[in-house]
Ligand binder design. Structure first.
Ligand SMILES: [Zn+2]
Length: 163
C-alpha cells in the first residue's frame, strides 16, 4: 500500500530509515507509515471427508484457495474463521485444531490457519465463483499464501495413524 501524503497533516511523505527499516515518514509531524502486516484467518474446511477449495469471483479458472478473510474489530481469530466459513460456504463449522501461522509477505499479511469440520448443505456466498471438494490425497498445495498451511496439514494428516 503506497501512501503519498501524511494522513495527519497532508505533507508529502519521505523515505527514511526508522528502527533499521526503510519506511515512509512525515517530515512535518511524527507520522510513520509502519506498514505492519494484517492478520488473516483461513480455514481448511473438511466436509463429508473432503476438503473444500474455493475460487473467488474474478480469479483465473485454475486458481484455488481456501476459505479466508479479515477479522472484524474485537473478534477472536476462532470466531472470525467460523464466521468466514458461514459467509462463504453457508456452513456452521467447528474448529478441530490450529494448523499454524504463516507470513505472506507479498500481501503483507500473517495467515492464521485452522482445521475446521463442517456439515450440511453448502451454499456459496457472494465472494465465491466456485468450489471444489477434493479428497485430501488429491490436493496439490500451492507454494504461497494459504498453500503452506494446507501442505503442513496434509503432512501431519499422513503421519497420523488413527485415520
Ligand atoms: Zn504529517
Amino acid at each position: 500500500m503506497a501512501y503519498k501524503y501524511c494522513p495527519q497533516c497532508a505533507a508529502e511523505l519521505v523515505t527514511a530509515e526508522v528502527d533499521g527499516v526503510s519506511r515512509l515518514k512525515c517530515p512535518a509531524c511524527a507520522f510513520v507509515h509502519w506498514d505492519n502486516p494484517v492478520p488473516v484467518v483461513a480455514a481448511i474446511v473438511e466436509h463429508e471427508g473432503r476438503v473444500i477449495l474455493t475460487r473467488s469471483k474474478g480469479w483465473p479458472e485454475k486458481w484455488l484457495g481456501i476459505v479466508a478473510g479479515f477479522l472484524e474489530k474485537g473478534e477472536t481469530p476462532e470466531a472470525g474463521v467460523l464466521r468466514e466459513v458461514r459467509e462463504e460456504l453457508g456452513l456452521e463449522g467447528e474448529i478441530v485444531g490450529f494448523v499454524g501461522h504463516y507470513a505472506f509477505g507479498l500481501r503483507n499479511q500473517v495467515i492464521f490457519a485452522y482445521h475446521v469440520r463442517a456439515e450440511g448443505e453448502i451454499k456459496l456466498g457472494d465472494e465465491l465463483e466456485a468450489i471444489q471438494a477434493l479428497p485430501p490425497d488429491e490436493i496439490r498445495p500451492w507454494s504461497i499464501g494459504t498453500g503452506p498451511a494446507l501442505k503442513d496439514w496434509l503432512k501431519h494428516r499422513e503421519g497420523a495413524s488413527e485415520r
